[in-house]
Design a protein around this ligand. Structure first.
Ligand SMILES: *Cc1c(COP(=O)(O)O)cnc(C)c1O
Length: 410
């Protein structure tokens, strides 16, 4: 089954009872059972069935099955947000006294989370660049996972997923990859060797910016060393589902991180058009990047699709010749950046990516407002940087919009 067909038919069929083509929204908190024995077996894990929407729900499960199929995982757990997914994916295996090795260009929210995890005894070490040796040199006996994003945001660095998975496995730890920015349309990290994939589905999977959601997908392949991953020992009877079973019966349940059935429905509907949207978004982004690099008001354009970009060849190899829809530009000063943003007519100024609309933000004064100069530098955030999440408008209109706004900076 090819990608666009899989979006529509992969692990999904019309509702058996009614023929409904969209997944029904089971807006029910709990699910009744005919006998006490039946409910007992569900609680024991020896029979399938729904209990309570904080644990699972048919609408949510349908979304999980579709994403697991697209990412090539054995299963998935949908969460209330991308941040819930990232939090739980790492806390499911890392605990007090243990460490994470992370890429440095990561999403601001994840960076903030990692800072907060220090209070719980989990230390995060950041690589200075995306070199494989830099990751390797930070791994020690307390490291429990490597965490990367397929494309750092807003640094737009592109780590080599396959090479990092080999390093991780040689040290007996899993590679967790945030695939939000590229989506399964551009890459399946599991096929390249990653063990666990997370998404903020609020972005491209939803596509229209109408609901928050996240998801964790497990490849089911990683061999958990029980002396290292002691908290998984009780769940080993679940075999390939050890990680997911611990997650669903552990912090996911106890933190109450479930997605609402309605948001799972909206994300499922959005998912069906992911392929055509991504195709157009990537085309639009490349065109805008080329056009902006010809504009003399723009000092630098960062987009992995540009041939002279540092990450062009690895991005081309990993993402099959398309490069996503996020780019950044530098315009000389914070004042210039503000002037451009304030003069844009179509591009909307807000903190999000992956909408149908073109979005812009000045990261230094918003997402990174509480970061030190050093932290900003390591995240690739400069005072004159504007991040652009290209939308589905006719790209000529967006090009004209940027051209006129850039004219204003004199
Ligand atoms: C937005 C985002 C998140 C967080 O997702 P939310 O749904 O906003 O909680 C995590 N990772 C990346 C790469 C993101 O862009």
């Amino acid at each position: 089954m090819r990608f666009n067909t899989a979006l529509i038919h992969g692990n999904f069929a019309s509702d058996k009872k009614t023929g409904a083509t969209c997944v029904p929204i089971y807006q029910s908190t709990a699910f009744s059972h005919d006998s006490a024995e039946e409910l007992e077996s569900i609680f024991k894990g020896s029979a399938p069935g729904f209990v309570y929407t904080r644990l699972n729900n048919p609408t949510i499960e349908s979304f999980e099955r579709r994403i697991a199929f697209l990412e090539g995982g054995v299963g998935a757990v949908a969460c209330s947000s991308g941040m819930a997914a990232v939090t739980l994916a790492v806390m499911n295996i890392a605990k007090n006294g243990e460490e994470i090795v992370s890429g440095s260009g990561i999403f601001g929210g994840t960076y903030s989370l990692f800072k907060n995890l220090e209070a719980y005894g989990i230390r995060v070490r950041y690589v200075a660049d995306s070199a494989i040796e830099s990751f390797e040199s930070l791994i020690n006996e307390n490291t429990r996972l490597i965490f990367i994003e397929t494309v750092g945001n807003p640094k737009l660095d592109v780590p080599n997923i396959h090479a990092l998975s080999e390093i991780a496995h040689s040290k007996g730890i899993p590679l967790i990859v945030d695939n939000t920015v590229t989506t399964p349309y551009l890459v399946n990290p599991i096929k390249l060797g990653a063990d666990i994939v997370v998404h903020s589905t609020s972005k491209y999977i939803n596509g229209s910016g109408n609901s928050i959601g996240g998801i964790i997908i497990d490849s089911g392949r990683f061999k958990w060393d029980e002396s290292k991953f002691t908290s998984l020992v009780d769940f080993r009877k679940f075999g390939r589902f050890t990680y997911l079973a611990k997650l669903r019966n552990g912090l996911f349940r106890d933190f109450g991180s479930c997605i609402s059935p309605f948001n799972a429905y909206l994300n499922s509907v959005g998912l069906e058009t992911l392929g055509v949207r991504m195709e157009r978004l990537c085309e639009n982004a490349l065109r805008l990047a080329i056009r902006l690099s010809e504009n003399d008001k723009v000092l630098a354009v960062n987009y992995p699709g540009l041939k002279d970009n540092r990450y062009h060849s690895i991005a081309k190899e990993q993402f099959g010749g398309r490069f996503g829809a996020i780019l950044t530009i530098r315009v000389g000063s914070k004042e210039n950046a503000f002037k451009v943003i304030d003069n844009l007519k179509y591009a909307v100024n807000l903190a999000n990516i992956g909408d149908v609309r073109t979005l812009v933000i000045h990261p230094a004064s918003t997402i990174y407002i509480n970061s030190s100069a050093e932290e900003k530098e390591s995240a690739g955030v400069y005072d004159d940087l504007i991040r652009i999440s290209v939308g589905l408008e006719d790209i000529e209109d967006i090009e004209e919009d940027f051209t006129q706004a850039l004219e204003k900076i004199g």
